[in-house]
Design a binder for this molecule. Structure first.
Ligand SMILES: Cc1cc2nc3c(=O)[nH]c(=O)nc-3n(C[C@H](O)[C@H](O)[C@H](O)COP(=O)(O)O)c2cc1C
Length: 408
């Protein structure tokens, strides 16, 4: 059967997504004081919901206000009321759209100006030059690990009660869950480290705790790396094993990405040969995974054209096409693609024109975040927005902290 972007997707728990396009998580970094939502979230997500994607995944939401990835993250935790989220979830589920909350703990990827002492499976610092922007983490105790697992479950239950229609565990891009999976970052000798079975105990426990909290019918997804592209790190073979286990446990959707702050494959900026051959960066890996698990697979990173998306679906590399930056520059993209319009993504190479600046500044994040903020204010995105002006704006609005890598 030839699948098109328009065909529905039935998840293992019976939930149906209305088409094969999903907006991948992109941190909004737009919360109000106290890490609460505001009406800009509703404005932004209403636009995306009406743009046609079947599934919208929120930017990463923190499960612990003591450990943030960015200053203006939304936080879901016990004792913190975040009722304003209801307006957001109502708007984001318009038009028969699913809106899922991405839940995250940054671990060591919490910058110095946010965490004096970040936590991680082991006290291993990020490599240079990132070690200048992120403090060396402290090793988590067993009790703290158990508490974090509970926090993921609490945040998922809160997300469900506030109107999200599913949750996604952020297990990719070098954050805490992927730190546990990586033999480079996880050097523990207790039940949380060593063998792959031990390294995956953290994510398996999080999945089970969330499932207990939200029930069988509520979708739980994970975003996981195909690999973290680091010597001695999480390999493709490890990744396949983890995906197999999570699939057997009942995960409803598995999104594939790759990389971390230390090696930014997820943004396609490293241009490795393995990620250049096909439009989507991780298509080859996905194709292999698709053969070993029944769980629907979402592939994110690099999709730019109708042809590229159709090919990935037809060649059974994935079941769901994940789009990030393209939906920031053109929120109507899904409707246009499904109408068969000859439309291409407007994502383009960003440069300040100064090589040194390009190397040290997290351009892809700050430039797109400013576009997201425009949409939150009800304005149109501005694909031709000056990169230099955007850098200047970031520096002025965040001061020296603007130079610190805020995410990926
Ligand atoms: C501004 C911005 C913020 C992002 N924030 C997140 C995030 O919170 N969680 C996440 O899993 N990925 C995040 N990403 C990565 C995207 O989900 C996606 O994997 C990446 O942009 C590649 O897809 P694309 O080529 O379609 O843009 C972010 C990307 C951008 C540009």
């Amino acid at each position: 059967m030839t699948l098109s972007l328009n065909s529905t997707l039935k998840l293992p728990n019976g939930i149906i997504l209305k088409n094969r396009i999903a907006k991948s998580a992109m941190s909004e970094n737009m919360a109000s004081k106290n890490h609460c939502a505001n009406s800009r979230f509703a404005t932004l997500y209403r636009r995306w919901a009406n743009g046609g994607a079947g599934l919208l995944i929120s930017g990463n939401i923190m499960i612990d206000s003591r450990y943030l990835g960015e200053p203006n993250n939304i936080v879901l935790e016990k004792g913190r009321s975040n009722e304003a989220i209801r307006e957001w979830t109502r708007a984001g589920t318009e038009n028969g759209t699913h809106l899922w909350a991405q839940l995250n703990h940054p671990g060591k990827q919490s910058p110095k100006f946010l965490s004096k002492e970040p936590v991680a499976p082991s006290a291993i610092a990020l490599k240079a030059p990132l070690d200048r922007m992120f403090n060396t983490p402290r090793e988590l105790t067993n009790e703290e690990i158990e508490e974090i697992i509970e926090r993921f479950a609490t945040a998922a239950k809160l997300a469900k009660d506030l109107g999200f229609t599913g949750v996604q565990i952020h297990g990719a891009h070098g954050y805490l869950v992927s730190q546990f999976l990586s033999p480079h970052h996880n050097r523990r000798s207790d039940k949380w480290g060593g063998s792959l079975e031990n390294r995956m105990r953290f994510v398996v426990s999080i999945y089970k705790a969330i499932r207990d909290a939200v029930g069988l019918e509520f979708p739980i997804a994970i975003k996981i790396n195909s690999a973290d592209f680091q010597k001695g790190g999480f390999s493709q073979e490890d990744s396949m094993e983890v995906v197999k286990v999570l699939s057997e446990l009942g995960m409803d959707l598995i999104e594939i990405s790759g990389g971390s702050y230390e090696s930014q494959e997820m943004m396609g900026t490293t241009k490795k040969e393995s990620t250049r051959k096909r439009e989507a960066y991780f298509a080859d890996y996905c194709e292999q995974v698709r053969k070993i698990v029944k769980t629907p697979i979402m592939l994110t990173g690099g999709f730019r054209s109708l042809k590229g998306m159709n090919e990935a679906l037809e060649q059974e590399a994935c079941d769901l096409v994940g789009l990030g930056r393209s939906l920031v520059l053109n929120p109507e993209f899904p409707n246009q693609l499904m109408a068969g319009e000859d439309v291409k993504s407007e994502v383009h190479f960003l440069t300040t024109g100064w090589k040194i600046m390009d190397n040290i500044f997290p351009l892809e994040i700050t430039w797109y975040t400013q576009q997201i903020h425009r949409m939150g204010k009800g304005l149109d995105p501005k694909p031709k927005m000056s990169v230099k002006a955007s850098v200047l704006y970031t520096l002025i609005s965040m001061g020296v902290d603007g130079l610190k890598r805020v995410r990926g």
